[in-house]
Ligand binder design. Structure first.
Ligand code: ATP
Length: 584
């Protein structure tokens, strides 16, 4: 029952609705006591030959009135209690979603998408059940149960009531025992569901790779294995779940048996009338629901607790990169000063970066080159505050990047990552992602700068063509350029192209770079690339090797130096020559 205490904050918030709902439930519980009593009274009146049609009419009217009142009240308590439970699910869903959006990439590195989705669906619905059906079964089992027992003991016979209740402690013990079993089993079932969810998500996202490598059979086998696991764990739950109803029915049956045996003896002894025994057994019939509710209560609450614990654990994960207390709420702009003495990725022993020092003046372009894995993206991730925990300082416009509000820092940076992602919406929607109210003219301008405008016009529906998961397939180069146009839409102070020209041909690359040079002369640009032609015109180039800067300077300076950059350049020239069939 601890979950009710844990959800106390919500019950407080919806105090009025829950109090009214519970009062209504109690009124229904009281009204339910009327029919058995009336039936007992009518039977005794018939037996004594004293029933008049006038009394019968009054009694029927009373029964109809009680039925109508119960009908109406039942409708309203449902609206109040179940309606509130839906709001709880909404609140938790929003909280989870906000939490997800605040988490750093490290969180997503640890957690699987399918698991997160399971929290936001299955677990939420179990908690919603607790705040709705859980409250109902708790109130009903306690109030209806105690009202019926009190009516039996006070208005009929307390001795027979005690006899009828003899099997109850056994029921309480058993439901408690089942509840504990259920809690653990349900936890495992939810985990299995998370795994299956994750597998489904990954298989659908990676379907092209699976098909390309002809791995459908293996993938189906993996899926079936996980699906079987879900079935097995849920059967495990169902095995306990299914014990509740038969146990309760058996115990109610024993109660009925004891009541009839001893009730008959009381009637023979003249301590009770037949009408009383009929009313008593009718009350006993009314006890079936509270007892079932009691069983369900354990069932619902244990599921709810397991799920709420999972959600709370997720929500309790601290936001590792957050705004400082009095974070700067100003536009981030100016010179960039990077001094990284040492940086390791979380849970990694190796230095990803060390002794990386450079200054980039506002309006300049920096090119970063280096072998794959040399740390190019790592520098960018630190600039974007995706990771922290490095020794050193990074300042932008004279302030540490940590001093800015994250939102202010990021809104100054237009980042085009290597693994760009297009949403399932129109081309225009994808480009205007950061500014949905942007003018179409601005979208066109950004597209022209990214040299994708002409391509888009050739799509079937032009800028209204749906792309992304549910849309048309675009070439790698088209996707890259749409991602560049999206970043340019922000008119960023700092544009970062992380190997974002790798899929476009040399001529388009040159055209894009020319446009950037012409239209972004006052703003800063960082370009990482394998192809040196992409960074050749940069004001400053740094060459990374194993996480550190081994050469720094302009293209001309680096060529004169005849070091690593020079070697890379010669090699790429040779490759280009070979590609052209040896003709200069
Ligand atoms: N999130 C991470 N956790 C742990 N290690 C990481 C993480 N991201 C990158 N690394 C490691 O850090 C090193 C530098 O990676 P980085 O992505 O910066 O290389 P890169 O120069 O951008 O390579 P590429 O040209 O292939 O994109 C690599 O050894 C990589 O395996």
């Amino acid at each position: 029952m601890k979950v009710f205490l844990d959800l106390g904050w919500f019950f407080k918030e919806r105090k009025k609705q829950y109090i009214f709902g519970i009062i209504m439930l109690m009124v229904v519980a009281l009204l339910q006591l009327l029919p058995p009593k009336i039936i007992g009274y009518v039977v005794d009146e018939i037996r004594l030959g004293a029933l008049t049609s006038e009394t019968l009419f009054k009694v029927l009217l009373l029964l109809a009135g009680a039925a109508l009142a119960m009908y109406t009240i039942r409708y309203y308590w449902r609206m109040l209690i179940f309606g509130s439970a839906i709001l709880l699910a909404r609140q938790l869903r929003e909280r989870l979603f906000r939490h997800f959006t605040r988490m750093s990439p490290r969180f997503y590195q640890k957690r699987r998408v399918g698991d997160l989705m399971a929290h936001a669906t299955n677990d939420l619905s179990a908690v919603q059940q607790t705040a709705g059906a859980g409250v109902l079964t708790l109130v009903d089992s306690v109030t209806t149960g105690s009202f019926v027992i009190a009516a039996m003991a006070i208005t009929i016979d307390w001795k027979l009531t005690l006899i009828a209740l003899i099997p109850m402690p056994i029921m309480a013990y058993l439901t408690n025992y089942y509840g504990k079993q259920l809690h653990n089993r349900f936890h495992f079932a939810q985990e299995a569901f998370s795994n299956l969810n994750d597998k489904t998500q990954e298989s659908i996202s990676g379907i092209k790779v699976i098909k390309t490598f002809g791995q459908e059979k293996e993938d189906i086998q993996d899926f079936v294995k996980l699906s079987d696991d879900v079935v097995e764990k849920n059967i495990h739950v169902a095995k306990v779940d299914s014990l509740f109803d038969p146990t309760i029915s058996a115990i109610v049956g024993v109660s009925f048996f004891l009541s009839i045996v001893f009730g008959a003896r009381f009637i023979i002894a003249g301590d009770m009338t037949i009408g009383d025994l009929i009313a008593f057994t009718a009350y006993l019939g009314l006890l079936v629901w509270p007892m079932l509710a009691f069983g369900w209560l354990f069932n619902i609450v244990e599921r709810g607790r397991a799920s709420y614990d999972r959600i709370r654990t997720l929500l309790a994960e601290p936001v590792d990169i957050d705004d400082a207390e009095h974070a700067l709420d100003v536009k981030a702009q100016g010179d960039l000063d990077v001094h990284i003495d040492e940086f390791k990725f979380p849970d990694d022993e190796r230095n990803a970066l060390h002794n990386v020092h450079f200054t980039l003046k506002r309006g300049e372009t920096l090119g970063i080159v280096g072998k794959t894995g040399s740390g190019k993206t790592a520098i960018l991730k630190l600039l974007l505050r995706e990771f922290e925990g490095y020794n050193g300082t990074i300042t932008y416009g004279g302030y540490s990047i940590n001093a800015y509000k994250k939102e202010r820092l990021r809104s100054a940076i237009g980042y085009v990552p290597q693994d760009h992602f297009l949403f399932s919406t129109t081309v225009a929607g994808n480009i205007a992602f950061t500014n949905t109210s942007a003018l179409l003219e601005d979208v066109y301008e950004a597209s022209r700068l990214a040299h994708i405008h002409e391509d888009i016009l050739k799509f079937t529906n032009g800028y209204d063509t749906i792309v992304g998961e549910r849309g048309v397939s675009l070439s790698g180069g088209q996707k890259q350029r749409i991602a560049i146009a999206r970043a340019l839409m922000m008119k960023p102070e700092l544009l970062i192209l992380d190997d974002s020209l790798s899929a476009v041909d040399a001529r388009t690359e040159e055209a894009i770079l020319e446009s950037l040079k012409a239209f972004r002369s006052d703003e800063t640009t960082i370009i990482t690339a394998h192809r040196l032609s992409a960074i050749q015109h940069a004001h400053q180039i740094i060459v990374l090797h194993e996480g550190t800067i081994v050469e720094k300077g302009s293209h001309k300076e680096l060529m004169e130096r005849q070091g690593r950059y020079y070697e890379m350049y010669q090699l790429q020239q040779l490759e280009a020559l070979v590609e052209m069939g040896g003709e200069a």
